[in-house]
Ligand binder design. Structure first.
Ligand SMILES: Nc1ncnc2[nH]cnc12
Ligand SMILES: [Zn+2]
Length: 344
C-alpha cells in the first residue's frame, strides 16, 4: 500500500483486474487525430476539442456510431501497438495487474486491415508490458452482433490460423455492439464452435437489452461471464441464480451513466447487487469516451453509492476471482487482497 491515504490512493493501491475493456474505446481524441494525420485520413471534426465535445450520447447506438468512426484511423501494426501501449500504461497507473482486452476485428477487416496486423500490433504492446512492467493481459476477440452469425463464423475462421502465434494472449471470445434486436440466440452456432475449440466465453447482455438476454447468454451461448448484466435485477429469479452460481458481471458504471442506462450514478444498482452477494466487478468499457478509466469508476461509485473501503477491496477481489488468469497467479493476487482486506 502507498502512503497516500486519500480514497483515490487507496483505490489505486488495490491490486485489480480490468475485465471489460474495448481497446478501440481507449482511443483518446488526441491519438485519433495523430493517427488520422499519419494515415492521411480526413476526420469530420476540426479539432480535438470539437471531437471531444461530440461525446454526448443518448443511448448505446449514438455512442457506437462515433466509436466505429473513431476506430477507422487504425490502419497499421504501429497504430494498434500505440493504442494498446497507451491503454496498458494508463491501466498500470490505476493499479491494474491484469487486463482482459476485447477487440472488434470486423471493424477493421471490413476496411481492408489484415487480421494479422491487428493481432501483431496489440501483441507487441502486451508482451512488452508483461516483460517490462509485469502487467499481464489477454485478448477476447469479440463479434459484432449487428452483423450476421455467418460473418462472425468467417471472422473466427480467419483468426484461427493465428491462434498458435498468439496463444499466450488470445484466450476468449466475446459479443458486443447493438444489443436490442440482436439476442444471444442469433450466435448459438459460432459460440458452440468457439467452445469446442477451448476458448473462454463472454457476452454483453442486459446492458440495454432485457434480463432474458442474460439468461439466454448463459443457457444458449454457455458464457462464463456476463458483460454489464445490470438488467438482471429486473428478474429476481435470475438474480438469485447469478448469486448462487457466482456468475461474474463485468459492470461499467460510468459507461451506464454516459449511455443513459441509469439517470444518475446514485441510482446505479452496483451496490445493491454487491450487497446481495453477486460477483460484480467494476470496469471502464470505453474509457476515452465515457470520461474515466477504471480507477475513476471505482472512485465515482465510492462517492455516489457510499461504498466502504472493505467493499471497494471486495470489488477488486471479485475482479481477480472472475478473471481468466492462470490459477497460480490468481491465488497469489487473491492471497494479497485477503491480507489487505483483513487490515481494513
Ligand atoms: N458498451 C458497449 N456495449 C456494446 N458494445 C460495445 N462496444 C464498445 N462498447 C460497447
Ligand atoms: Zn462493453
Amino acid at each position: 500500500m502507498s502512503n497516500d491515504t486519500s480514497l483515490a490512493g487507496f483505490i489505486r493501491g488495490l491490486p485489480k483486474a480490468e475485465l471489460h475493456l474495448h481497446i478501440e474505446g481507449t482511443l483518446e481524441p488526441e491519438l485519433i487525430f495523430a493517427l488520422a494525420r499519419r494515415n492521411g485520413i480526413a476526420l469530420p471534426y476540426a479539432s480535438v476539442d470539437t471531437l471531444r465535445a461530440a461525446y454526448r450520447f443518448k443511448d448505446l447506438q449514438s455512442f457506437l456510431d462515433l466509436y466505429y468512426a473513431g476506430a477507422s484511423v487504425l490502419v497499421t501494426e504501429d497504430d494498434f501497438e500505440a493504442m494498446t501501449q497507451a491503454y496498458l500504461e494508463r491501466a498500470q497507473a490505476d493499479g491494474v495487474m491484469h487486463a482482459e482486452i476485447m477487440f472488434d476485428p470486423q471493424t477493421h477487416t471490413a476496411r481492408g486491415v489484415a487480421m494479422e496486423t491487428i493481432f501483431a500490433g496489440m501483441a507487441r504492446a502486451m508482451r512488452r508490458m508483461r516483460e517490462s512492467a509485469g502487467l499481464s493481459s489477454r485478448l477476447l476477440l469479440s463479434f459484432l452482433r449487428h452483423l450476421t452469425e455467418q460473418e462472425a463464423m468467417q471472422t473466427l475462421e480467419q483468426a484461427l490460423p493465428l491462434r498458435e502465434r498468439y496463444d499466450d494472449l488470445w484466450v476468449g471470445i466475446g459479443l458486443d455492439s447493438s444489443e436490442r434486436g440482436n439476442p444471444p440466440e442469433k450466435f448459438v452456432r459460432v459460440f458452440e464452435r468457439a467452445r469446442g475449440l477451448g476458448f473462454r466465453l463472454v457476452a454483453h447482455a442486459g446492458e440495454e437489452g432485457p434480463a432474458s438476454y442474460v439468461r439466454n447468454a448463459l443457457d444458449m451461448l454457455h458464457v462464463e461471464r456476463i458483460d454489464h448484466g445490470v438488467a438482471s435485477e429486473q428478474d429476481p429469479a435470475l438474480m438469485q441464480r447469478l448469486v448462487r452460481a457466482q456468475i461474474p458481471l463485468t459492470v461499467c458504471p460510468l459507461s451506464n451513466l454516459k449511455l443513459c442506462v441509469f439517470p444518475d450514478l446514485a441510482q446505479h444498482n452496483l451496490a445493491r447487487m454487491l450487497r446481495l452477494g453477486a460477483m460484480v466487478t467494476v470496469n471502464s468499457d470505453d474509457p476515452a469516451y465515457f470520461g474515466g478509466y477504471v480507477g475513476d469508476n471505482y472512485l465515482a461509485c465510492a462517492h455516489a453509492l457510499g461504498l466502504t473501503r472493505a467493499e471497494l477491496a471486495g470489488l477488486a477481489r471479485n475482479s481477480i476471482a472472475a478473471s481468466f488468469l492462470d490459477d497460480k497467479d490468481k491465488q497469489r493476487w487473491l492471497h494479497q487482497l485477503d491480507a489487505l482486506i483483513k487490515e481494513i
